[in-house]
Design a protein around this ligand. Structure first.
Ligand SMILES: [Zn+2]
Length: 186
């Protein structure tokens, strides 16, 4: 992992270019630099929050903010791999507390509904059904497959094949697939 060239933190993940100089910075140092350049305040915000999902299970999210000439991007990513992820985008000079509240509301709404239900055949074998003929998910990289994606629905990963199996219940129907940025709402 790269070290931040400014503060030495281990998690440098942003490449920052100023003129001909390029440096690798952690998100905090990057935001500080951008805030100075764009004359934006970096408001003190909660860096994590916890919400209950549709089953009453507590889901813990880490908040990341990125200040960009295009505005402020805020993302709530569930701890662990292949969990829920929500994001919002605000104007550069928006109220960052309000933006965080919007993000928390979006997350709350997103985890409140169950989209895929796991049921069991009499022999104990599990199968999944799409509730309400509709789902939204995140397209993630599937390390095991390499050439087909993982789809994260309800904060859990499904292989492309598993999604295909769920769709067999709809033989003869039409399907509509629309891809859109995580900051957009459906
Ligand atoms: Zn740093």
């Amino acid at each position: 992992m790269n070290k931040c060239e400014k503060c030495g933190s281990d998690e440098a993940k942003v490449r920052f270019t100023a003129g001909e100089d390029t440096s690798v910075l952690c998100l905090n140092c990057y935001n500080e630099q951008m805030a100075k350049e764009l004359e934006v305040n970096v408001e003190q915000l909660a860096e994590a929050f916890t919400l209950n999902d549709f089953q009453g299970i507590s889901r813990s999210f880490i908040v990341e903010r990125r200040i960009d000439p295009m505005g402020i991007f805020m993302e709530a990513k569930e701890r662990g791999t292949f969990g829920y992820k929500f994001a919002v985008h605000g104007e550069l000079h928006c109220n960052q507390h309000e933006l965080l509240n919007t993000l928390i509301k979006k997350a709350g709404k997103g985890i409140a509904k169950e989209q895929v239900e796991t049921k069991f055949f009499p022999n104990g074998q599990a199968y999944n059904i799409i509730k309400n003929d509709y789902f939204t998910g995140l397209i993630e990289y599937d390390e095991d497959s390499g050439n087909s994606p993982l789809i994260v629905i309800d904060g859990r990963p499904f292989t492309w094949e598993e999604v295909g199996k769920m769709l067999t219940a709809y033989e003869g129907f039409q399907i509509k697939i629309k891809c859109y940025d995580v900051t957009d709402s459906d």
